[in-house]
Design a protein. Structure first.
Length: 224
């Protein structure tokens, strides 16, 4: 069996395909017309002989009919991520640019992040983001724990593992609002933020409405 060299199995003509490939043999189509200006991407194609009787793309579409039995191939688009929408498994790094989520004009777009129902004590790289389905909050890994932006917890007990600026509405009685403060010097602590007047404190039922997640949903400033 004589194999053609890679030099002989490359084309610069748009839409040109090899007819036959030996199993494991490859061919390339490097036509400049493959450039997708809207996506700023070159769609280079690689053909890999797979000993089949068909000549198809990676989605299963037949590209060429005829040819010798057992010398078929599959055509793959050489790229990192397809603009048509690929599933990427493993690490995906965007360097020197921005990762953008854009609408196609017909529907709203969304960035889907990992979701978890548990609260593990370790994470991945600092800056990783997840949706905590147990607490219904967005969290980021700060290098030592899953953290959030400042938040309010409405409960009879202080929230575990708080961060600077977190707020806690103690249901009482008496109802009291606390802010978790980590000072430059000294120990971190929950500091009362409620007013001292009887009946005028920031409390549930006194101008404060909590939602089903025990978070402050509305503060009626007219009640103070």
């Amino acid at each position: 069996m004589t194999l053609a060299t890679l030099q002989q199995l490359r084309s610069f003509n748009e839409g040109e395909h090899p007819l036959n490939l030996e199993p494991g043999q490859i061919a390339l189509n490097m036509a400049s017309q493959n450039f997708d200006s809207e996506a700023s991407d070159y769609n280079m194609y690689m053909y890999v002989g797979n000993a089949s009787n068909t000549r198809i793309d990676e989605g299963g579409t037949v590209l060429v009919s005829g040819g010798d039995p057992g010398r078929g191939w599959v055509r793959y688009r050489m790229r990192n991520v397809s603009v048509a929408g690929d599933s990427v498994f493993g690490d995906f790094n965007v360097l020197g640019s921005k990762l953008k989520v854009e609408s196609n004009g017909a529907a709203l777009s969304e960035l889907v992040i990992p979701k978890e129902s548990s609260t593990p004590t370790s994470g991945t790289e600092a800056g990783s983001v997840r949706w905590n389905t147990q607490q219904s909050i967005l969290q980021s890994w700060n290098g030592s724990k899953w953290d959030t932006t400042s938040k309010v917890t409405v409960d009879s007990t202080a929230p575990a593992d708080p961060s600077h600026g977190d707020m806690w509405l103690f249901l009482g009685p008496p109802a009291t609002l606390y802010v978790y403060v980590i000072p430059t010097v000294g120990a971190a602590s929950w500091i009362s933020a409620s007013s001292g007047g009887s009946g005028s404190g920031l409390a549930a039922g006194n101008g404060v409405t909590a939602n089903s997640l025990n978070q402050i949903e509305l503060i009626n400033i007219g009640s103070y």
